[in-house]
Structures are given as C-alpha cells and as structure tokens.
Design a protein around this ligand. Structure first.
Ligand code: SF4
Ligand code: SF4
Ligand code: FES
Length: 256
C-alpha cells in the first residue's frame, strides 16, 4: 500500500481499507476521520472551514493556489502544508488558525491581488466571488504593491458563449482540470511562464466544449464569463430554486 505520508506531484488519495479511520488533532481537538481523505475535507467534516481556491472535492488536487496552508506537525516541527494536497495520517497534529497560518493567508492573498484588476463594480462575479469573500475574511487589508499591474486585452472571446478576462484569472487551474478530467475536452490550458503566464485556448482554436457553461461556472472568479449572462443581473437580485432538467429523459435535479 502506498505510504500516505508521501505525496506525489499529482496527489491522489492513498488506497485504504474501506471504513478505516485515523485520529488526528485539529486545532487542539481530537477527531476520528476516514483514512485516506485529504486534510481539507476532514477538517470540513469536523466543522472547520479552510479557505481554498483551486481545491474541488471531485477533481484531483493540484495544490496550486496555496490558500489552504495550515500548520502540520512532523519530525521537523510544524510546517505550513497545503491542506488540499496532504492526506490525513494517524496522529497528525494540525493547526488552522495560528499567527503563522494567518500570515500565510495574508501573503497568498496579497500575491493573488498583485496583478488582479479589482474591477469588482463591473465584474459579473461581484457579490458571489470567493476572491472578494476570502480577501475580506483572510486578507491583509492593504497591499504593498504600488507598481503598474499586468494588463491584457479584456475580455477576449473563446467562443460565441465564453469570454475570458485574463487579468482576473488567479491561475487556479480549475477550468483546465475540469475540461481535461471531467468534460474530457482538454481545450484550455496555461500558456507561457512566470509573470506572462495566461490561461487560454490553443492558438487558432476555439473553445467548443459541450460543457462550456460548466467550465464558466467552475471558475472561482470573473475570469470566465458566459455571454448570455454578462451584465444581465447581480446575484443579490436573483432567487435560486430547485427544478428538474427537461433536456433528456433522466430528469436530473438542477438549480435555476
Ligand atoms: S473576480 Fe472577484 S475580486 Fe476580481 S474583479 Fe471580479 S468580483 Fe472583483
Ligand atoms: S480562468 Fe478561472 S478557473 Fe481557469 S485558471 Fe483562471 S481563475 Fe482558475
Ligand atoms: S486549495 Fe489547496 S492549494 Fe489551492
């Protein structure tokens, strides 16, 4: 069986016996949790929310945004580790609210906002944006970055239905992973390196995914927007109701 303390580049939950549990200490509280799951999920189950951007429970973790850093005690003392990427292990001691964690969260948000346009008043994500919410809850309150921000043409059309505003992208890779892993249509990816990195479709191609709407929806910020909804409404003006999809005979539950 794979050693659960060894994390490969693309972390996957280690194989464990069905029903096996481990005991960890979370913010001073001992909890029993299913062996093999990632720390972020175990904490959530125990009522402790760890902030995140790139993590999605149904996609393989990539540990890209670093928003979920927590202190995990190990042989070399407590170190900051991404909770979405580290599986729980017997006896693990985890702290999610220390000064060190808080400082890391401040730093990650300050970095994420270095090149972020902060055009919330004209951004379709405004009012339902995890970046807004987490900046308020975990951010430093102000930035030391006074230099010129990076600029991209905005927005560009990936298709008739999907627009991309690269300035707002936080490079979480959720759209990339969704397109490749879930939709099976790897049409969007990261191009270039360093501060010129951008998410985009491949040169000369359009984003023709059947799951375009879902790809837009999985973006945690206003980088991907759907042309039919653009500037159409604000989330606080809308009501959400459960309904039944009528597109095929399955009749799946949907939220309208
Ligand atoms: S993505 Fe969020 S933080 Fe960025 S401009 Fe839009 S609403 Fe504001
Ligand atoms: S476009 Fe959205 S989902 Fe894709 S990497 Fe950027 S922020 Fe993440
Ligand atoms: S949520 Fe863990 S690194 Fe992004």
């Amino acid at each position: 069986m794979a050693d659960p303390t060894v994390v490969s580049h693309h972390a996957t939950a280690p194989r464990v016996e069905p029903g096996a549990t481990v005991t960890i200490t979370l913010d001073g509280r001992r909890i029993d949790t299913a062996a093999g799951q990632f720390l972020i999920a175990a904490a959530e189950e125990a009522g402790v929310y760890i902030p995140r951007f790139c993590y999605h429970p149904r996609m393989a973790p990539v540990g890209m945004c670093r928003m979920c850093l927590v202190e995990v005690s190990g042989p070399r003392g407590a170190t900051l580790q991404p909770a979405c990427y580290v599986p729980v292990a017997e006896g693990m001691e985890v702290v999610t609210t220390s000064d060190k964690v808080r400082k890391a969260q401040n730093g990650v948000l300050e970095f994420l906002l270095v090149n972020h346009p902060l055009d919330c008043p004209v951004c379709d994500k405004g009012g339902e944006c995890p970046l807004q919410d987490q900046t308020l809850a975990y951010g430093p309150g102000e930035s030391r970055f006074v230099e010129e921000k990076r600029h991209w043409a905005k927005p560009i059309a990936l298709s008739d239905l999907v627009l991309l505003d690269r300035e707002r992208c936080i490079q979480c890779g959720r759209c990339v992973r969704f397109a490749a892993e879930i939709a099976g249509e790897p049409q969007i990816d990261f191009l270039a390196r360093g501060d010129t990195v951008e998410v985009n479709v491949f040169s000369g191609h359009r984003f023709t995914s059947y799951f375009s709407g879902n790809t837009v929806q999985i973006c945690p910020v206003g980088a991907l927007t759907a042309t039919p909804y653009r500037f159409a409404a604000r989330p606080w003006d809308l009501d959400q109701v459960e309904s039944t999809c009528t597109t095929c005979a399955f009749g799946c539950r949907v939220a309208v």
